[in-house]
Design a protein around this ligand. Structure first.
Ligand code: FBP
Length: 552
């Protein structure tokens, strides 16, 4: 029996839409170069670190001519970090561009993420292999990984692997950290005359790799539509049974873009935005009080049910908990062996409680014990707390429940608070890419090929005007150094691509803020339903509400 679904079969033959400028003969495209560029901040320091790649111009594609057909390019592609719908289509776009320019060019896939280029694990991609993954979700075609490609040893090993396989271009499909590393690798290859170029593509469901030039990272569209379908279904259930408060934690690591987009799509009673919590310097008790207040107001109307969205990264944005986490990080970094030698979680917690400052120790002890343990778990390879493993939704439920119990015994509340906790994250990362992500990713890949065929390095593939139909999109490349500033990482100042958090004066947040008080007390749920791949444009080809609001 075949393991290919009817939808998968149908999606194999979906032809992603390209902007008009990329629709014709690939040998009739020209790269127009703009003026030299600067980094967004800390220009002198960034320039000093990227002596060979700093200041490159923005590139736009237009009709013209090129010599791509005379070039034999061997490229290697890496999928880096968490899965995001559309990654396979970036590879398809690179593959089709490369083969249509010159049939003798080759595309290799590095296996298992950055480890593949470091350890020489790669596979050549041919028509048959590629066709099995067109328009499908997941990163299973070549796998992904979270190894940080950042040391000179990594770069040297990568150079040798590329040389041994005749690879002269590397494409890194990743988020802000992976593209930062891509920029450093590009600089290294240029400084050492390795003759290998590096181009990036903006990936992450979190939506936090965006700026003036990158309108959205790929995967955000499909992931938020998937979560919104699920949230809408839960809202329908909640409003049918009228007996549960559903607390839904949503992925997105630090930024609350996913929560905000899902709130705009589903109009829940509560959606906490971490960036607002931080800006208002709210304590955990205040966050709990705000949630409790909505529960009380609905209860007063006889509505003992509702839906609350909680961003995955919330706890890091509550200033007092953020301080606690950074103290824990420091203690872990400097006492790793001692920490590991402690026999039980209880002993570890006790040790921490005795080492924390007078300011953060009470915050630690006030947290539910489960959360205390989760805060001490292993960090990811980038040193981040693994927020996907911290059950913030259960913490809020527990603390709101406690507060309501106090109010009940004081005779100030007589409602019911029955709860369900959910976490939506992994459900959305490998969904079949929406038409938007299928088209966007294919265009990103096709553009990445053009950048490398042009011999450009240290660039990220760039597609803009994404609120318009695909035919009207503009495509080109933006130098990675342009998006950089200096930030403190692990005690050292490092050049990094600036992460985009939710802007509280931005149009999507303002739209949400203008409506949330009504959504809080009334039952104004909306039900987006499943992603549609075939049908009218307004059903199957709409970008996110975030993108539409930002471009309005
Ligand atoms: P990227 O930044 O690599 O795209 O990954 C994002 C993400 O999905 C976050 O939303 C989430 O916190 C994290 O990955 C989960 O990581 P893991 O896959 O290692 O559990």
């Amino acid at each position: 029996m075949s393991n290919i679904s009817a939808l998968q079969k149908a999606r194999y033959s979906y032809q992603p839409k390209l902007p008009t400028v990329l629709q014709g003969d690939i040998n009739k495209i020209t790269c127009s170069l703009g003026d030299p560029t600067e980094s967004i901040a800390d220009q002198d320091q960034v320039k000093a670190l990227f002596k060979n790649t700093y200041g490159a111009p923005i590139v736009r594609f237009s009709e013209g001519s090129n010599d791509f057909s005379s070039k034999k390019i061997n490229a290697g592609v890496i999928l880096s970090g968490g899965q995001a719908p559309g990654g396979h289509n970036v590879i398809a776009g690179i593959y089709d561009g490369l083969k249509s320019a010159n049939k003798d060019s080759k595309l290799f896939g590095f296996l298992g993420g950055p480890d593949g280029i470091i350890n020489g694990k790669l596979v050549e991609i041919d028509d048959k292999f590629m066709d099995e993954y067109r328009n499908t979700g997941g990163f299973d075609m070549i796998g992904s990984g979270r190894t940080k490609l950042e040391t000179e040893e990594h770069f040297e090993k990568s150079r040798k692997v590329c040389e041994a396989n005749g690879i002269n271009s590397v494409i890194i499909i990743g988020g802000d950290d992976s593209n930062t590393n891509g920029a450093v690798l590009a600089e290294y290859f240029k400084a050492t005359n390795a003759g290998i170029t590096v181009v990036g593509a903006p990936k992450t469901i979190d939506g936090d790799l965006k700026n003036e030039y990158i309108e959205t990272s790929f995967g955000f569209d499909t992931a938020t539509k998937t979560y919104s379908e699920l949230i809408g279904n839960i809202e329908k259930d909640s409003n049918s049974a009228k007996k549960y408060w559903h607390f839904i934690k949503l992925m997105g690591r630090s930024a609350s873009h996913i929560g905000l987009e899902c709130a705009l799509q589903t109009q829940p009673n509560i959606c906490i935005i971490s960036e607002e919590v931080e800006q208002k310097q709210m304590t955990l008790a205040q966050v709990v009080e705000e949630v409790t207040d909505v529960v009380l107001k609905r209860s007063a109307r006889g509505l003992n049910f509702g839906v609350a969205l909680i961003p995955e990264g919330l706890i890091e944005f509550i200033p007092e908990v953020g301080k606690l986490i950074s103290e824990i990080n420091d203690l872990l970094a400097h006492n790793a062996d001692h920490f590991a030698s402690l026999a039980s979680t209880e002993a570890q917690k006790k040790w921490f409680a005795s080492k924390l400052s007078a300011e953060t120790a009470p915050v630690f002890t006030s947290l539910p014990t489960g959360i205390q343990s989760q805060l001490l778990m292993d960090r990811d390879p980038h040193g981040n707390v693994q927020v996907s493993l911290i059950e913030t939704e259960k913490m809020i439920i527990e603390m709101v429940g406690k507060r309501l119990a106090e109010l009940k015994s004081a005779g100030k509340y007589d409602g019911k608070f029955s709860t369900q906790a959910h976490f939506f994250g992994y459900e959305g990362r490998c969904a079949f890419p929406s038409n938007f992500d299928s088209d966007y990713c294919y265009t990103l890949g096709y553009s990445a090929f053009i950048l490398m065929a042009q011999g450009l390095t240290g660039y990220i593939s760039n597609v803009s005007n994404l609120h318009l139909p695909a035919s009207k999109w503009a495509a080109g490349g933006v130098p990675l150094t342009m998006m950089m500033n200096m930030e403190q990482r692990h005690g050292h100042m490092k050049p990094v691509i600036k992460k985009a958090l939710v802007e509280l004066d931005g149009a999507p947040f303002k739209e949400f803020a203008s409506k949330r008080d009504v959504w809080a007390v009334e039952t104004a749920f909306t039900f987006p339903g499943a992603i549609q791949y075939y049908g009218p444009d307004d059903v199957c080809n709409m970008p996110t509400k975030t993108l539409i609001a930002e471009k309005a």
